[in-house]
Design a protein around this ligand. Structure first.
Ligand code: NAD
Length: 297
């Protein structure tokens, strides 16, 4: 049994913290929303009123926050986690944040001698609930070895992607592929419709041909061919268009800093920006097919 602190008990963080409790760990949680902390205590966890309260007894602290801004607020400064943590505390940030901030926080932690990892996830709320998340982890080898049992309590696949920030790099590269491939598949279905080609026929051919990809075979953006995809339930998310836009923007940010050429990533960010700007941010990202069909892009 390990004393684990958990900060950020939202859609993802709460079920992840609950899975650590199920594994027999003593989990103390903090969130600015009191109702979320109460849900943790109802599940057998303990409540903390602030960062210090989480850090006091913890030997491992996991954070699951909205963005780099909140991660900075929690980790840095005199009242932050890095200042308040006990010597040797393992810090694991599972939030999706920009690579530069992840590396900056890790370097401040290293200055205090604290092992730290960036460990963003894929798999969504369902993956968090079912402990089937994929973790993409950046940080030192020894910190990764320390963290692995805890990550395995919350997920199914744990990949060490290299040094600090490389977990975030892996996450945004993957999600840039996802954003671009979803648009490509959606465009193909819209073109097929105009050419009089049946959805199922396009699916039958492409799922067995060189255009095959996850956006088609698992997350098909039109109803019918993949009964479990969000298209069959009016594009109820799944993975929201707002989240996709967030990750595409992070990828563009990183590409700018690294002077990498990502023209399709840039186009995908622009298209999702328009989709979200038109009020569809809470819908599943695969709903972008309806925008294409209506010639609204
Ligand atoms: P969420 O908004 O539901 O949860 C974030 C939580 O952090 C909230 O409960 C919020 O109150 C809390 N919080 C914010 N600022 C705080 C602070 N200063 N101190 C303490 N608590 C604070 O978001 P989520 O859906 O759980 O996502 C969390 C992270 O996981 C994000 O970075 C997101 O990009 C990433 N992610 C989400 C999904 C998904 O499907 N939801 C999938 C993969 C990755």
């Amino acid at each position: 049994m390990t004393h684990i602190g958990f900060i950020g008990l939202g859609n993802m963080g709460l079920p992840m913290a609950q899975n650590l409790i199920k594994e027999g760990h003593d989990v103390t949680g903090f969130d600015v929303v009191t109702a979320s902390v109460e849900k943790l205590t109802a599940a057998g966890g303990k409540a903390a009123a602030d960062v210090s309260g989480v850090a006091r007894n913890a030997t491992v602290v996991v954070t699951m926050l909205p963005s780099g801004k909140e991660a900075r607020a929690i980790y840095l400064g005199g009242e932050g986690l890095i200042a308040k943590a006990r010597a040797g505390t393992l810090l694991i940030d599972c939030s999706t944040i920009d690579v530069a901030t992840a590396r900056e926080i890790a370097s401040v932690a290293a200055d205090r001698g604290l092992p730290m990892l960036d460990a963003p996830v894929s798999g969504g709320v369902g993956g968090a609930q079912g402990a089937t998340l994929t973790f993409m982890v950046g940080g030192a080898e020894d910190a990764f070895a320390m963290a692995k049992p805890y990550l395995e309590a919350m997920g199914k696949t744990v990949v060490h992607a290299g040094g600090a920030g490389n977990g975030q790099a892996a996450k945004i590269c993957n999600n840039m592929v996802l954003g671009v491939s979803m648009i490509a598949i959606a465009e193909a279905f819209v073109l097929a419709e105009k050419l009089g080609l049946d959805h199922q026929k396009l699916f039958d051919v492409t799922s067995k041909s060189s255009g095959q990809c996850w956006s088609l075979t698992t997350y098909c953006p039109v109803p019918g061919p993949v009964p479990t995809s969000p298209a069959n339930r009016d594009y109820q998310a799944g993975f929201t268009a707002a989240m996709m836009l967030k990750d595409l923007k992070l990828a563009q940010d990183a590409a700018l800093h690294a002077t990498a050429s990502t023209p399709l990533g840039a186009e995908a960010a622009m298209l999702f920006n328009r989709f979200v700007g038109d009020g569809f941010g809470a819908k599943d990202f695969s709903g972008i097919v309806n925008f294409l069909r209506a010639n609204r892009l």
